[in-house]
Design a protein. Structure first.
Length: 510
């Protein structure tokens, strides 16, 4: 069966003047989120040293943002459809900048976790609004593909700018400074966006159902929390209860959407095989990547001894590859096919992760750099095309909700990836055998081991660091292997799920 997409109506086909300049403002919001996500990884060793979180608290600092944003994206995307996407984007950007200050000046692990959670609330307003506005700014399918490619390329560029700018700041200032770089971007976005961005909304949206919002949030947080706890501590009554309550809440959410005259999320969208396949591909891809990426900066700094700026530059090939691939992905999908481009991209990422299973403490940079470049190219092709498929599959008045589904898959995948693969790394790491006198904090995190080693005699310190680093690398390579298996399986699934799917303005492919 061939999947088709709804053609633009004559009213939609009118080209809006200044749309490319408006796109420049929209990508600032993407840059804001991407930079924030990447600088956290670089700052983690410094946060560990200063705030001294436990291993569990460190994982919460890393993934609570994704937990909250995953639970609220659909609600915020639907809210934007109702009250105006421009309005919610500008309000969210202002809040994002203000809460970044709270992150920068957190004094305890608990306050840091709360600050990251609040940042997730603000972040949930940004990404769906940007994609939805692109859907409305660019009715022409070929222009929209290029706009989505620029949108994705900017996110990738943010992953490059974040580590480099963050590395520079970490070498000259305290760790909180990496969160303050959000402020000038936010200021430009709000001031310029207020003048340039057009307002758009669903003309007949219906009420915003608070019960659906609460069910969505409770369901997503409950399920992700259960997975995280089960991965870290095994199946316990706490994790089982949280998981069952989360599943029950999500079931209630779905049933409620099917009965509401104006649901937060139109569940009929998932009847489109291309839409469902693209969403699933995004979720599993990020799941396979995120846990590894979260720990890669720690590997470069705490295992290989690179400075934060050098570590940021070392991760640059992934961003460069993603930028290049994102800009040509739409053209490639029209020339070949959607499923060929997406499946090939995912397979490339899987093979690159498989190559990282052989890294050791002293692995040279050529293997790391080449693997990261291939990861970036593969991800750039896949994510750009799936985003275009998702946007093209829905009417303009549902663009916010559809974009939110795409971003929910992304954030849920990130949360699950950090929970599962991060727990693999942490679980393997904690099992190392250190020399006599090794303090308990050394088994909580590699940053804790480095801090503990600084207060031990030279011989004992060297033995502790060697054992801890080797155990961390063992966990990292195991996580890379699991991630590779997930990506290769996703590539196969995408080949079948995206069969017959095409982008608007392209030829039909098998």
């Amino acid at each position: 069966m061939t999947s088709t997409v709804r053609p633009a109506s004559p009213a939609e086909a009118v080209q809006r003047p200044g749309r490319w300049l408006a796109l420049c403002v929209l990508v600032l919001a993407v840059l804001l989120v991407a930079v924030d996500a990447t600088v956290l990884g670089l700052a983690t060793p410094y946060i560990s040293e200063d705030l001294r979180p436990s291993g569990a608290q460190l994982l919460w600092i890393g993934d609570v943002y994704s937990f909250v944003i995953a639970g609220l994206l659909v609600s915020m995307g639907s809210l934007g459809d109702r009250v105006g996407r421009k309005r919610i984007l500008l309000v969210g950007a202002t809040a994002f900048g203000a809460i970044s200050v709270l992150n920068a000046y957190a004094t305890t692990p608990e306050l840091m976790i709360v600050a990251r959670a609040l940042l997730g609330v603000a972040g949930a307003t940004l990404m769906p609004a940007t994609l939805a506005l692109i859907r409305n700014l660019f009715p022409d399918p070929r222009e929209r593909s290029l706009a989505v490619g620029i949108w994705g390329a900017t996110a990738s560029a943010g992953t490059a700018v974040g580590p480099i700018a963050g590395g520079f700041l970490l070498e000259h200032f305290w760790w909180g400074s990496v969160f303050l770089i959000n402020l000038p971007v936010m200021a430009v976005l709000v001031v310029v966006g207020a003048r340039l961005l057009p307002e758009s909304r669903n003309p007949d949206p219906g009420p915003w159902d608070l019960a659906s919002v609460l069910l969505s949030l409770a369901g997503m947080v409950g399920v992700v929390y259960a997975v995280k706890e089960a991965a870290a501590h095994g199946l316990t009554w706490t994790s089982l209860t949280a998981g069952l309550l989360g599943i029950a809440a999500l079931h209630g959410f779905v049933r409620r959407q099917l009965t509401l005259p104006a649901p937060l999320l139109d569940m009929r969208l998932f009847r489109n095989r291309g839409f469902s396949g693209a969403v699933l591909a995004d979720l599993l891809t990020i799941l396979g990547l995120s846990g590894l990426v979260f720990f890669l900066s720690q590997y470069l700094q705490l295992v290989q001894g690179r400075g934060p700026l050098e570590a940021g530059l070392a991760e640059l090939p992934a961003a460069l590859g993603a930028v290049a691939a994102g800009l040509v992905a739409g053209r490639a999908a029209r020339r070949f096919s959607v499923r060929a481009v997406v499946s090939s991209g995912l397979a490339a990422v899987g093979l690159a992760l498989a190559a990282l299973t052989v890294v050791g403490q002293s692995t040279g940079y050529p293997l790391l750099g080449l693997s990261l470049l291939v990861v970036g190219i593969g991800a750039g092709f896949s994510f750009t095309v799936t985003a275009d498929v998702i946007l093209s599959s829905v009417p303009r008045d549902q663009a916010g909700a559809a974009s939110a589904v795409s971003e929910t898959a992304y954030e849920l995948g990130a949360a699950l990836g950090i929970a599962l693969l991060g727990s693999v790394v942490t679980g393997v790491y904690r099992g190392f055998t250190g020399p006599a006198g090794t303090p308990a904090q050394a088994h909580e995190s590699l940053g804790g081991a480095v801090e503990a080693a600084a207060h031990l005699p030279a011989d004992t310190s060297a033995d502790l660091l060697d054992a801890a680093r080797q155990s961390f690398v063992d966990g990292l390579t195991l996580a890379a292997g699991v991630g590779a298996a997930v990506l290769l399986a996703t590539a196969v699934a995408a080949w079948f799920l995206l069969r017959g799917q095409r982008l608007e303005g392209g030829s039909r492919h098998p």
